[in-house]
Write a protein that binds this ligand. Structure first.
Ligand SMILES: CC(C)(COP(=O)(O)OP(=O)(O)OC[C@H]1O[C@@H](n2cnc3c(N)ncnc32)[C@H](O)[C@@H]1OP(=O)(O)O)[C@@H](O)C(=O)NCCC(=O)NCCS
Length: 333
């Protein structure tokens, strides 16, 4: 029996930090409002022409180094993002070119905040099938260029940061050692318009970016924050328990929870509902805000770097986001 194993992780945040006070210079907001409602204190935003695949490249190089794998050994790249460099081709193709690994397949995953776990599920299944042996899985986002960074867009703009996280996966035959134990995926597209970017779109008549759509700011994300919140606090525990039950594990057997980071209040509510001790939940939102598909691999990498996540530990992850999509994974580190 083949299992998949995470061989190494890496992450990269662009250097420029925007604190909540910095945002006050460009919109009507306050540190107090943002911290109270979300727990976010700062976020990293790119400068100049830096694109999503640029961030991904840096995270990928670090993950390969930590995995002690040469890029020539990779046989697949999976790239989860909602902010690809271009409409097409996919971001994975641009990353592949920058990594200089021509010929290997490059696959994009478009499941927003659940994107990394969707990608992990694909990578896990491909490795178990024996068809792929070394997979680079990346989650990366450049949100800052797609946000309405004025008072009009403040409800969404303050929540998101740029960044990238990556993992290198390979096969193992050790059914008791370090491996991905399970992944569980869900979606409910009836809520697709509760958090979305309307334009450009093939649903308009004649052209995919009519002038009126641009003038109406339909190219910026729109979110019904309260609906997202209500569904997130329901779905995250649900999908976490699905994973625990599948593996005949109980909550207290999990050593660390690396949840998606949309809002500290969501994660605090989930942890409280389930009775998970605070020190078992690894949060990064205060420093990085919500980096969507990059959040979980950044969290894993940060947890390793600060000694919170060690070999042999059981780590559980759950995410909820646009789509709506939600997912979970349990990994033996
Ligand atoms: C976005 C979120 C923090 C908003 O919190 P909320 O308590 O629902 O706040 P509201 O939207 O009701 O807004 C309250 C007030 O703050 C104002 N406000 C919104 N954004 C603001 C900002 N950045 N700074 C200051 N005031 C702001 C609103 O205009 C509103 O003012 P009003 O009462 O005068 O109309 C919250 O809904 C949330 O976190 N939802 C989940 C979002 C999420 O997880 N998204 C990503 C999914 S992956």
């Amino acid at each position: 029996m083949i299992y998949s194993q995470i061989l190494g992780v890496g992450s990269y945040l662009p250097p420029r930090i925007w604190t909540n006070d910095d945002l006050k210079e460009i919109m009507d907001t306050s540190d107090e409002w943002i911290v109270q409602r979300t727990g976010i204190k700062q976020r990293h935003w790119v400068e100049g022409t830096t694109s999503t695949s640029d961030l991904a490249l840096e995270a990928a190089k670090l993950a390969l180094e930590n995995a002690k794998i040469d890029k020539s050994e990779l046989d697949l790249i999976i790239f989860a993002t909602l902010s690809p460099d271009h409409e097409f081709p996919g971001a994975a193709c641009f990353l592949q070119a920058k990594l200089q690994t021509p010929g290997i397949p490059a696959l994009d995953i478009r499941q927003q905040c659940s994107g990394f776990l969707y990608g992990l599920s694909v990578a896990d299944t491909f490795i178990k099938s024996g068809n792929y042996k070394k997979i680079l899985l990346v989650g990366a986002e450049v949100h800052s260029k797609g946000l309405d960074k004025t008072t009009r867009g403040r409800d969404v703009a303050v929540l998101f940061g740029d960044g990238a996280g990556a993992a290198v996966l390979g096969p193992t035959h050790d059914g008791t050692g370090s491996r991905v134990l399970s992944t569980h995926l869900h979606a409910d597209g009836t809520y697709a318009k509760e958090l979305w970017v309307k334009a450009p779109s093939m649903t308009y008549e004649g052209t995919y970016l009519p002038r009126e759509a641009y003038e109406n700011l339909e190219h910026f994300p729109q979110m019904n924050g309260k609906t997202v919140f209500v569904h997130a606090v329901k779905r995250m525990p649900e999908v976490l328990f699905e994973a625990l039950n599948h593996n005949s594990l109980t909550l207290d057997q999990i050593d660390l929870f690396v949840f998606h980071q949309a809002n500290l209040r969501i994660n605090e509510m989930v942890a409280k509902q389930l009775g998970i001790p605070e020190d078992k939940v690894f949060n990064t939102i205060a420093r990085f805000a919500n980096t969507t598909a990059a959040t979980i691999p950044i969290g894993l990498d940060e947890a390793v770097k600060c000694g919170k996540l060690k070999k042999g530990m059981l780590v559980a992850s759950a995410a909820f986001g646009a789509g709506f999509t939600w997912a979970s994974a349990i990994i033996k580190w």
